[in-house]
Design a protein around this ligand. Structure first.
Ligand code: LLP
Length: 427
């Protein structure tokens, strides 16, 4: 169910008209639906439950990088979510939002000494280690802290996720993870390090996957490794299959979360019965986009219409610095007028004020527009605000969260003075 829908010719977020939000808070503004976050997280939690899993045998670790606003993290943590982080900053956000660090897993290829120390001091659940050098560094840092660091190795199963090359991560040529063929020796090395405790295995093959077949293929390869490790006396407590399920931006039909999880748990149950006397293994997920993507839109106002010889442009007050995805990946986002007009539509490119030809949000859209109209850039809840920049000294957009007919500002709009507050001039 979409929580952004049209009622009597006007677009609403839950029970709140987007025109009200623009009037009260200005534009550009990211608008989130609390109900959508709850519903999307619950698709995972409910599927875990209906497949016989409780909190100890399955854990959803929301991928913070997709949308890291404190209000979002707080809503999810109250539902019991864990968190997948990729920086010390994200860990501090989780804690500031009331999340439980003992449900945090730390991914990423470049963890610094400081980030490791911080994560160890908060007793996070697991480090997803991506290289041998990282393993040695973590062993050293944990030793200094008088701790044992719980780790998974992120293995690269060499599975083609069949998605955009920039967001595919499970192939041999990607920088991520430890090559499948090196995994066994790396696990043996890890098991011998005094300040490392081997607890799991992790993989993440890519993002915006519409089909679960590549994920189930990756699962089979992970299962094979777990069995080989068990023969070596290395017994893992958890298996983390990563994130990656896609969403509908246009007409895509991603596999329903419940179907994917049911197939995954069935495969795991069959394997545990056959090879491990039914002994359970904890399963983890790292979803981002499938929870946040369709829980947010970017609200923007048409500043000017330009009917040029070759093209019509609608110049809006949001830009590539607010939503990078079109410029970076040629990503497609739906564009809906907030109030429908009866006039005849024209074909427009929706562009921002930034001085780059790549500054576009949508191309060739048929819309009836007037200067001052409001537009909603759809499916902008994931990798929208988190990838925003201050290019052209543009303050980042405000963020609001709608809860029924109530609207909460969850991040104030940045002022220009905020943007250069950390700068100074020299004599
Ligand atoms: N786990 C790891 C280790 C990841 O690298 C990612 C995303 C996720 C989980 C969450 O994946 P999701 O469930 O959201 O597919 N900026 C790009 C997407 C980059 C994804 C990076 N990794 C975009 O805007 O499409």
């Amino acid at each position: 169910m979409s929580h952004f829908s049209c009622k009597n010719g006007a677009l609403y977020a839950e029970n709140t008209p987007l025109t009200d939000i623009a009037r009260r808070f200005g534009t550009p503004t990211y608008v989130y639906s609390k109900a959508a976050f709850v519903e999307n997280y619950s698709a995972y939690a409910d599927a875990c439950k209906s497949n016989g899993r409780d909190e100890n045998s399955a854990l959803v670790c929301y991928s913070v990088k997709s949308n890291s606003n404190l209000a979002v993290l707080n809503v999810l943590s109250r539902l019991g979510s864990g968190f997948d982080i990729v920086s010390g900053g994200e860990l501090l956000r989780v804690i500031a939002a009331g999340g439980d660090p003992r449900k945090v897993i730390f991914s990423g290829v470049g963890k610094s000494h400081e980030e490791m120390r911080l994560a160890l001091s908060h007793d996070i659940l697991c480090f997803n280690v991506e290289s041998i050098s990282e393993l040695h560094r973590l062993n050293e840092v944990a030793g200094e802290a008088g701790k044992q660091a719980p780790i998974s190795l992120r293995v690269n199963p060499n599975v083609d996720a069949k998605t955009h090359p920039y967001i595919s991560t499970g192939l041999k040529e990607n920088k991520f993870g430890i090559a499948y063929d090196d995994a066994l020796t790396t696990y043996r090395l890890a098991a011998d390090l005094p300040n490392i405790r081997v607890v799991g295995i992790d993989c993440h093959i890519g993002s915006q996957l519409l089909d679960d077949a590549p994920l189930l293929e990756a699962l089979d390869k992970v299962i094979e490794l777990i069995d080989r490790l068990a023969e070596d006396g290395i017994h893992l407590h958890h298996l983390d299959i990563g994130g990656g399920i896609g969403i509908t931006y246009d007409k895509e039909k991603p596999v329903p979360i419940g179907d994917y999880l049911t197939r995954l748990f069935a495969r795991i149950d069959q394997w545990r019965k056959q090879k491990h006397d039914g002994a359970p293994i904890q399963v983890m997920f790292e979803p981002g986009r499938s929870i946040a993507g369709n829980a947010g839109i970017l609200l923007t106002e048409v500043q000017y219409l330009k009917h040029a010889e070759a093209k019509n442009f609608a110049i809006v007050d949001a830009a590539m610095n607010d939503l990078m995805r079109p410029a970076m990946y040629e990503a497609w986002h739906g564009v809906q007028p907030v109030v429908q007009r009866a006039e005849e539509a024209k074909t427009y490119d929706i562009v921002g004020p930034v001085c780059e030809s790549g500054d576009w949000l949508a191309r060739q859209r048929s819309l009836a527009l007037q200067q001052g109209d409001l537009l909603a850039i759809m499916s902008a809840g994931a990798y929208g605000m988190t990838m925003a920049s201050n290019y052209n000294t543009r303050g980042r957009a405000a963020e609001v969260m709608v809860d029924g007919d109530r609207v909460h500002v969850v991040r104030q709009r940045e002022n220009p003075a905020d943007l250069f507050a950390l700068e100074s001039i020299i004599d």
